[in-house]
Design a protein around this ligand. Structure first.
Ligand SMILES: [Zn+2]
Length: 144
């Protein structure tokens, strides 16, 4: 191997290691956010958010809109406008939970992927346990 090829090889290894480190860092970052959403949300909502977190790196390229912190992304739903706290996609509209586009925008802007304010209150465990009874307590007359 010539000196030039050796230098090229070592440079590629360095780039590969850097990319792996960045990928691992992003995965750990998303896992930490998924854990925190798991503590916050009902199990159903947490599963949906975890899937969105897993796919945020696969989201098509977000293009900045002017000098704002908004982005546009071309999806199968058409051209969507996305920000760190809002998105026009069907998942966001239907669930009121943070979507992969919002996570991608937050990633680009260097914001924490976890934000309680992104979730509708109806999905919060604390709200559900205070307002819904999944199992009725036995009445005193039925206990003998
Ligand atoms: Zn979206």
């Amino acid at each position: 191997m010539s000196l030039y090829n050796w230098h090229l090889f070592t440079s590629l290894v360095c780039v590969s290691c850097t990319l792996k480190y960045e990928y691992v860092h992003v995965i750990l970052w998303a896992d930490a956010a998924a854990y925190r959403y798991g503590e916050l949300l009902t199990s159903y909502a947490a599963k949906l958010v975890k899937k969105q977190l897993q796919h945020h790196m696969l989201t098509d390229e977000l293009l900045p809109v002017g000098t704002s912190q908004d982005f546009q992304v071309q999806s199968h739903e058409g051209l969507l406008t996305v920000s760190a706290s809002a998105c026009e996609c069907l998942f966001r509209k239907a669930t009121g939970l943070p979507c992969r586009h919002m996570f991608a925008a937050r990633h680009i802007l260097g914001l924490d992927l976890y934000d309680e304010g992104l979730c509708l209150q109806r999905w919060l465990l604390q709200i559900c346990s205070a307002t819904q009874r999944l199992v009725s307590a036995p009445s005193s007359s039925s206990i003998q």
